[in-house]
Every structure is written in C-alpha cells, then in structure tokens.
Design a protein. Structure first.
Length: 153
C-alpha cells in the first residue's frame, strides 16, 4: 500500500463530521444526566488511551464524541420527576391503548436517553408532544389513529 493512500485514510479519520446537536432545549431526567456524565468520563479515558497509543483514528473519534457529550452536559437542564400525576409532563410514564387494542407504556425523557424499544420516548417526539398536558381518559392522535390515555405514573 502506498504511503499516500495511508495518509488519505489517516486524514479521513481525523475529519469525522461533528455529531449534530439538537436545537431543542436539552431537558434531562436525573438518569439522563448521570448517563451524560458517564459518557464524558468514559470518553476522557478512551481519549487518553488513544493519545498514549498514538491512535489517530481513535483520537479523532473520541475527540468528536467528547465535544458532543461535553456540549450536552453544558446545556443539560435537569427536570425533577413530576409530582403532579393528573397530567402528562416531562418525566411522566404514560400508558396508552391504541384502536387496535395494543397497550403501550412510555416514559417521556430527554433526547439522548430516548429509546422507544426500551419504553423511553424523547420529549420532542410527535407522540410525546401530543401527550403533554393530557389526562387519563383523553384521546390523542398517533400516526393518524387514535389512542386513549389509560394511566399516568
């Protein structure tokens, strides 16, 4: 392999695109803030290891990810768990029943901690926005179909 080709690969590794930062407020739960802190700590360690090993690819990746998580930590707005369970708020766990009978439960959380497969939903998602301020018994429209709120915890 020619040195020029290797140099091109190294330069490409150093020019990773930045991770996009959401324009929405960075609301987080206590668990979400702990996750951000853990990511920053982990990436600092990985970055130090990459520096010691002179691994330019790992340096580029960890530096980029560290910039992202440091920015997320700096803008994080910790929202306490909701005390009012009569309406849906950030941090609420909401159970809905869809028209087809499917029952789904989601906790509304920050963007970085959202994982619908694990039952967490970003506060900026269309479903979460439809749920905010609603009460048990209210009906919302989800994907052009209706669903009823049956529980708020």
């Amino acid at each position: 392999m020619s040195r020029a080709f290797v140099k091109e690969l190294e330069d490409a590794a150093e020019e990773l695109p930045e991770r996009p930062i959401s324009p929405h407020p960075n609301l987080v739960t206590a668990e979400g803030l702990a996750h951000i802190e853990a990511e920053v700590t982990r990436l600092q360690q990985e970055h130090a290891a990459a520096q010691a090993a002179n691994d330019r690819t790992a340096l580029a990746r960890t530096a980029r990810d560290l910039r992202y998580w440091t920015a997320r930590r700096a803008t994080a707005q910790l929202v306490p768990a909701p005390s009012d369970r009569s309406k849906v708020h950030f941090g609420s766990t909401v159970t809905i029943v869809r028209n087809d009978g499917r029952r789904q439960t989601f906790r509304i959380v920050g963007e970085d901690e959202a994982d619908p497969a694990r039952g967490t939903l970003s506060h900026v998602s269309p479903l979460a926005r439809a749920l905010f301020g609603k009460q048990v018994g209210d009906t919302i429209e989800v994907a052009q179909k209706e669903a009823q709120i049956v529980e708020i915890a």
